[in-house]
Design a protein around this ligand. Structure first.
Ligand code: PFF
Length: 510
């Protein structure tokens, strides 16, 4: 039987937990990596536009619908209209996929906590520092180069999953205390690294690259899809999480203001991480050797920042350890929000015990994630991460906007958002225009443009991808198909369960 729905203990508990979910490796690892991949300033510009046009309104929309429906993503969409339920499941399935690889990145971070010991002998040696992570994860760089599965990485992975499960075993709403500490300390350390980065000669070239857009790259579809995908990834939207978190909210919460706080803190932390990354890259003369995938950048650049902090090896060691521990704390609450988004939807739907569901799901996700720990892991992670962000999230964004903007009344969602706002209300012109027109039109345009550019560049995934076709099919297209078929698979299971007496929740918006 499902247990009583848990609730946030206070307003700040919700805001902190939502910030905890939003602020994660996406800010410290993915954002600067993508910014580097796209040359800096232009990416930042597109990211900021996408944040305002799509991020802020869609974040508020998901929280409001979750609060109103008291259900995870799938149940919430079903409550709006039964036909919309598969969209919710696509978001759940997308969260599932991301959890699987996110935990692997989390494991890399944990391993770096220990590996920071090596910084002792690397003072000032940025070349050695840049290699540390690559040699630690023993990557072969190729999709079929399984190579070895380093035991240390496996151990880190088990610790990662253990801590994710430990945090949410009693429901995400019970963990807001954790988040209080996990958000602020990393920000302080990033600030220290930013100051350190900025005092290096050459740093200003990096900063200029980060803030001054090179408009010529705006004609490239990839920069736009990457930026929009990153906004969704970073705000934890299009992934079932914010519906679930909204569903634990009390009626009297102020979604308009809380939504702004969540979005702007998230954005500010990403920008801060970008400053650290670009000033350091400028400082160590790496600006012209920017990684093509983006995925490795953070793991290559942060160590260089650390070994240049002071001339005393052990001080750098301690800083490195604390820094990676902080990144781990950022990762854990984002990772458990993903698991929570999935398990809330499944336990709501099938009236399962929430705690057992969470455990089972965590075990399945962890088992599937093993591939990312092997020598081929980096390559697979790159493919899966690209597909989820460049296709799945964009398509889910289109479906959510069309479903809510055109088949439901955005005004009703806006009323729910502004239900308790006094001083500041989410303006109708912003919300309605975004959800009904700007967001879906832009997203469709981007999707089509991206597909055309990829085809033109040659190959299913474009020349820049560089991975074999079969790998793109397995790690990309197949997963995308499964994500969007998930709603229908669930429907079949539900029908079978109904014959055994499962009675579904039929609450609807009104
Ligand atoms: N927003 C998190 C980050 O930026 O690291 C990652 C994430 C968490 C993505 C939850 C999606 C999600 F649903």
């Amino acid at each position: 039987m499902s247990t009583e729905r848990s609730k946030w203990s206070s307003r700040s508990a919700f805001v902190l937990a939502a910030i905890g979910s939003a602020v994660g490796l996406g800010n410290a690892w993915r954002f600067p990596g993508l910014a580097a991949k796209h040359g800096g300033g232009a990416f930042l510009l597109v990211y900021l536009i996408a944040m305002l046009v799509m991020g802020v309104p869609l974040l508020m929309m998901e929280i409001a619908i979750g609060r109103k429906m008291k259900q995870g993503a799938a149940g919430s969409m079903r409550g709006l209209n039964k036909k919309l339920e598969p969209i919710g499941w696509a978001a759940v399935a997308n969260a599932f996929v991301i959890s699987v690889y996110y935990a692997a990145v989390f494991a890399w971070v944990l391993l770096m906590v220990v590996k920071s010991i090596d910084f002792a002998g690397m003072t000032g040696d940025t070349v050695a520092a840049s290699q540390l992570w690559l040699t630690t994860i023993k990557t072969t760089g190729a999709v079929s180069g399984i190579g070895v599965l380093p035991l240390s990485l496996l151990a880190a992975f088990l610790v990662a999953w253990g801590s994710i499960y430990y945090c949410i075993r009693n429901g995400a709403a019970s963990v807001s205390k954790v988040v209080k500490y996990t958000v602020f300390i990393p920000v302080v350390l990033l600030l220290v690294m930013a100051v350190n980065g900025l005092r290096m000669p050459g740093a200003m070239d990096g900063v200029a690259k980060f803030f001054i857009p090179d408009f010529s790259v705006l004609g490239n579809a990839a920069i736009w899809v990457d930026a929009v995908g990153q906004v969704f990834f970073s705000l934890s939207i299009m992934m079932a999480v914010m519906f679930a978190y909204g569903s634990f909210l009390e009626r009297d919460s102020n979604i308009a203001v809380d939504g702004l706080i969540i979005a702007f803190s998230d954005m500010a932390i990403s920008v801060l991480a970008g400053v650290v990354m670009f000033s350091t890259m400028g400082g160590v003369g790496m600006l012209d050797k920017i990684s093509t995938s983006g995925i490795a950048t953070a793991f290559i650049v942060y160590p260089q920042a650390i070994v240049t902090l002071t001339n005393i090896g052990w001080v750098n060691v301690i800083f490195g350890m604390v820094f990676y521990l902080c990144l781990a704390t950022l990762a854990v609450d984002s990772a458990f929000s993903l698991v929570e988004g999935v398990s809330t939807s499944i336990s709501d739907k099938f009236k399962l015990d929430h705690k057992k569901t969470t455990l089972n799901i965590s075990i399945i996700m962890a088992a599937m994630g093993l591939i990312f720990l092997t020598g081929a892991g980096l390559a697979w992670l790159d493919i899966v991460d690209n597909f989820t962000n460049q296709f799945n999230m964009i398509i889910i964004g289109i479906l959510e906007c069309v479903a809510i903007g055109w088949f439901f009344k955005t005004e009703r969602v806006l009323d729910e958002i502004n239900l308790n706002s006094q001083k500041w209300k989410m303006p109708g012109w912003w919300f309605n225009t975004s959800v009904r027109f700007a967001a879906p039109v832009l997203l469709v345009f981007l999707l089509v443009w991206n597909v055309i550019s990829l085809i033109k560049a040659g190959g299913v995934y474009g020349a820049a991808d560089g991975y074999p076709l079969w790998a793109n099919i397995v790690g990309g297209w197949l997963i995308t198909i499964l994500v969007f078929a998930s709603g229908y698979i669930v429907k079949l299971i539900a029908a079978a369960r109904a014959r055994k007496g499962l009675v579904e929740d039929e609450s609807s918006w009104s």
